[in-house]
Design a protein around this ligand. Structure first.
Ligand code: PFF
Length: 449
């Protein structure tokens, strides 16, 4: 069997894990949720969810991954041989596979929009809704784009943990952070800045309902890549000196900063153009924003061009670092448990995922009338993975760490065998034992109802 890879530097560890977390969820879903749920009050609640739910779950995944140095399925097999807990290992890898198959579709769209932005195609359309609908229902364009995106992910994965994942994350993540900084600065020069900032920073608590709290928690889960085996897999490449608590906090902080900064450049732009609603829904990124950028910068088209290109490049980088982690979670299982070489395993994962991806691509075109349980294949995958398997996985991870694992093992892992101090250990254990499972169960029941 091939030798197991390892991340070799602190920066590599944080950039890879943050790369998994920072994705379309930050740039696309977060601002949409903020828009739909009334702005700053949502952001405050979201911060609470990251702190009290997201970081404890992430830390638990790190404990499981680093302790076993194995893929997610083997990790649970090692820690809980012969018990039902092992199902969570299978769940993690399965969900990563399903998510990857539809994540490549949206990522393919960003690839297309980047290409169109580069050749100036996005600045000429008068009707962005028709433009988007034409594209997604085309029989070949979105498919080719999804395949191209999968190929990029594949190329990183075949190169391995150090040369592929760590190296690419160390380049792509700083670039992504730089781009987002430039976009925020550019956006602050627009006339709608103060209105956009007011929308983001003035909390309106009258809008807070239980369902807003639940949306914030669901968003935190998706955005931090929790319960999908990705962070557990990455933690299996951490060295014995990696500080798990610090890493979890850094990843949570980077992910949240990117999400909030996305709001900081999107809303000033949106408020600079009259007649566009802030809560424009999921069409925000592919219909509203190209239109907004075009109109907001129409007196200085060069700035508009650069802004639009940078925006879609940002989305593409964010999507790529996340899809790499999803792919790796499945590939390393095939390498270690099915005893394949890495290149063979990654080809299998890419091809199988893309085969399901085809159904997801065509959910917006020829297969849009093909419904299972009333949902298109794309929506079904999204629903089953993010609304059912993910929250269930989150609950199981917490119960596993809080109730099943030996407390001494968990303490040894989070303190690097006693070499570090973790003053909040009891608080952490209390959260994973009681608070987080109950909170996630509440989302779950609410979503199903
Ligand atoms: N966290 C990613 C995002 O915000 O887009 C999505 C994601 C990546 C989810 C990896 C799950 C995962 F395992």
């Amino acid at each position: 069997m091939e030798q197991r890879g390892n991340f070799t530097s602190k920066l590599g560890v944080v950039m890879a894990a943050a790369g998994s977390a920072v994705g379309l969820g930050n740039v696309w879903r977060f601002p949409t949720e903020v828009g739909n749920n009334g702005g700053a009050a949502f952001i405050l609640i979201y911060l609470g969810c990251v702190l009290f739910v997201g970081i404890p779950v992430m830390l638990s995944e790190f404990v499981i991954g680093r302790h076993t140095h194995a893929n997610t399925i083997s990790a649970y097999n090692q820690l809980a041989p012969g018990t039902w807990w092992r199902i969570q290992g299978i769940n993690g890898v399965f969900v990563a596979f399903i998510i990857l198959s539809y994540y490549v579709v949206i990522s393919g769209w960003t690839f297309y929009y980047l290409f169109e932005a580069l050749i100036g195609g996005l600045s000429v359309s008068a009707d962005y809704t028709a433009y988007f609908n034409d594209f997604v229902s085309s029989p070949w364009k979105p498919l080719l784009c999804a395949i191209a995106f999968m190929a990029m992910t594949h190329l990183v994965i075949v190169r391995g943990v150090q040369e592929g994942i760590e190296r690419s994350s160390k380049v792509m993540m700083p670039l992504l952070l730089l781009i987002i900084g430039v976009l925020v600065v550019c956006s602050f020069s627009m006339p709608g800045t103060s209105e956009g900032l007011k929308f983001l920073l003035e909390p309106d608590f009258s809008k807070v309902t239980p369902s807003v709290v639940l949306s914030a928690m669901g968003q935190a889960f998706f955005s931090l890549s929790l319960a999908m085996g990705c962070l557990c897999t990455y933690a299996s490449y951490f060295g014995s000196e990696t500080n798990l608590v610090k890493t979890a906090c850094s990843v949570g902080a980077i992910d949240t900063t990117v999400a909030v900064m996305s709001g900081f450049f999107i809303f000033p732009a949106v408020f600079s153009v009259s007649g566009v609603e802030a809560n424009a829904g999921p069409g925000l990124v592919f219909i509203t924003l190209p239109n907004v950028f075009n109109m907001a910068f129409h007196s200085v088209p060069v700035v508009g061009y650069v802004f639009t290109v940078l925006f879609y490049l940002l989305l593409l980088l964010a999507a790529l670092t996340s899809s790499i982690s999803l792919h790796e979670s499945v590939t390393v299982y095939a390498v270690e448990s099915l005893r394949m070489t890495r290149s063979r395993a990654s080809i299998w994962v890419s091809v199988l995922c893309m085969s399901l991806g085809v159904l997801c691509v065509y959910s917006f075109g020829p297969l849009s009338d093909f419904k299972l349980l009333g949902l298109t294949v794309f929506d079904l995958f999204d629903f089953v993975s993010s609304k059912i398997l993910l929250p269930l996985g989150g609950i199981v991870i917490c119960l596993f760490t809080g109730w099943y694992l030996d407390k001494r093992l968990v303490l040894a892992e989070v303190t690097n065998e006693g070499r570090l101090r973790f003053k909040l250990f009891r608080v952490y254990m209390f959260l994973v034992k009681y608070v987080v499972p109950v909170a996630i169960a509440a989302i779950f029941v609410n979503e199903l109802i």
